[in-house]
Design a protein around this ligand. Structure first.
Ligand code: PFF
Length: 452
């Protein structure tokens, strides 16, 4: 592919991959999963899963993408011509499609909160939080759909501008801002009266609460957070220049993502306790908690609360967009490179498809709440089906492919830059052992646990 775009440098690639990884999964999903699954013990399993299971999958996708410099389907076709492995490439087009549909709905909620921060503010009157009505908003018909549409259109604008001028530029600006904002919120949150119970909840593990499904959720969360098994890491790695050290990209992405999840957890959980909100409240957790912090932050002066809230929800929207565009890109690259579509046309196609499915996810909180798939609402089904099932099977197949189907020599060449990176050479054998044995068994067990 002669004129295929690349990221400007490895630093930018890490920023983009971290941009894909860091998103609603860190700010919205991680805190409520921690709250629903027992706090500190969940976090410990999550961290172990990140390094033992998630990193091998991430590196497998990186190796495949970086070796072929192609879209997910093309990459599998090139490395295993004439085999069924190309179906894994297709799975990595379908999975981001489904995730994007409901992700964009939550991205839309953030846009609504941003709007409310600008025009309504968050006030506390008579000890009650005013200006938020999360439950009634998400169960209404038009508001969430309009916001879902705006969010999807923003993705279209960025992705149709291309890898360098769209994706790279956007990540370069948003990612540093995001870190500064979350640290700012964290400092305030831990200093609220009553916050220490939340800090304890995050730090003192109670392993008696741990069950099989909780382990599976922690592993699923680590895959979701690192955008694994669905081709987004593969596609971004395919834009990394051949000469770059991909171990740095992989470890850098994991480290940033983990750091951000913990920062978000420590920003949200102390405030949850300070506000007297139930930590297991589920998906609405941050949308109900954060306005409380913002109201308090203003010291009774509404415009201060509003300014902080605006910055925060702007950050949430940015974080969601940097992840969403990676999902778009995985699908768009397939249509551009395999079906010879123009980037613009492919982006619009992805827009219409994900937007349409997203309508049902959005309406499943209100008018369509009676529709259940395997006892779950449409939204919950898409969420659980992708993070517990598609991401795990995708991740499992990627590690099996890199560990068992690719030649050891090929993996070595990618991992060490053909011997150029001395540190990578030193740890290669340990990495290869984990890739070949530990990761497939670990991910396989987690996958099977879905059926127990
Ligand atoms: N990792 C993203 C987050 O934590 O918000 C979510 C995500 C992005 C999942 C891209 C899957 C994906 F392909």
């Amino acid at each position: 592919m002669a004129n295929r775009e690349t990221f400007g440098s490895n630093k930018v690639a890490i920023l983009a991959m971290a941009g894909s990884a860091i998103g609603l999964g860190n700010i919205w999903r991680f805190p409520y999963m921690v709250g629903q699954n027992g706090g500190a013990a969940f976090i410990i399993i999550y961290i172990i899963s990140c390094f033992l299971l998630a990193v091998p999958i991430l590196m497998s996708e990186t190796i495949i993408g970086h070796r072929t410099h192609q879209n997910t389907f093309g990459a599998m076709k090139t490395l295993a011509p004439g085999t069924k492995w190309s179906l894994l490439g297709l799975l990595a087009v379908v999975s981001p499609f489904i995730i994007m549909s409901y992700y964009s709905v939550v991205g839309g909620w953030s846009i609504d909160f941003l709007y409310k921060s600008v025009f309504e503010g968050f006030k506390i009157a008579d000890g009650q939080l005013q200006g938020t009505s999360f439950g009634s908003f998400i169960s209404s018909t038009w508001g969430p759909i309009i916001c879902h549409t705006i969010f999807s259109l923003l993705c279209v604008v960025i992705v149709s501008a291309g890898v360098k001028s769209g994706i790279e530029k956007f990540n370069k600006i948003c990612m540093p801002v995001l870190f500064i904002l979350i640290i700012f919120i964290l400092i305030f949150s831990v200093s609220l009266p009553g916050a220490s119970a939340g800090i304890d909840y995050m730090l003192k593990p109670d392993f008696s609460k741990i069950t099989g499904p909780i382990v599976a959720s922690a592993v699923g969360q680590s895959f979701f957070s690192l955008s694994l098994g669905v081709g987004t890491i593969l596609i971004y790695s395919s834009y990394i220049k051949s000469k770059e050290n991909i171990l740095n990209s992989g470890i850098g992405t994991t480290a940033f993502d983990l750091m951000f999840a913990l920062l978000a957890g420590f920003a949200v959980m102390p405030a949850v306790f300070a506000a007297g909100i139930e930590p297991g409240a589920g998906p609405g957790l941050i949308f109900e908690t954060l306005p409380f912090i913002f109201a308090k932050m203003g010291f009774g002066i509404p415009w201060i609360s509003s300014v902080v809230a605006i910055f925060f929800f702007l950050a949430v929207v940015f974080a969601a967009l940097t992840s969403a565009i990676s999902m778009y890109e995985a699908i768009v690259a397939y249509f551009v490179e395999e079906k010879n579509m123009s980037r613009r046309k492919a982006t619009l196609l992805v827009f219409f498809g994900t937007w349409f499915l997203g309508l049902f996810c959005s309406l499943s909180f209100g008018p369509l709440s009676h529709i259940k798939i395997m006892n779950l609402s449409i939204f919950d089904f898409c969420d659980k089906f992708t993070s517990n099932f598609l991401m795990t099977i995708g991740g499992l197949l990627f590690v099996i492919f890199a560990g068992w189907k690719m030649k050891k020599q090929e993996v070595w060449e990618e991992f060490t830059g053909s011997g150029k990176y001395k540190f990578n050479c030193k740890i290669f054998n340990a990495f290869y052992f984990i890739l070949k044995f530990i990761a497939p068994i670990g991910v396989g067990v987690v996958f099977l646990s879905n059926f127990i």
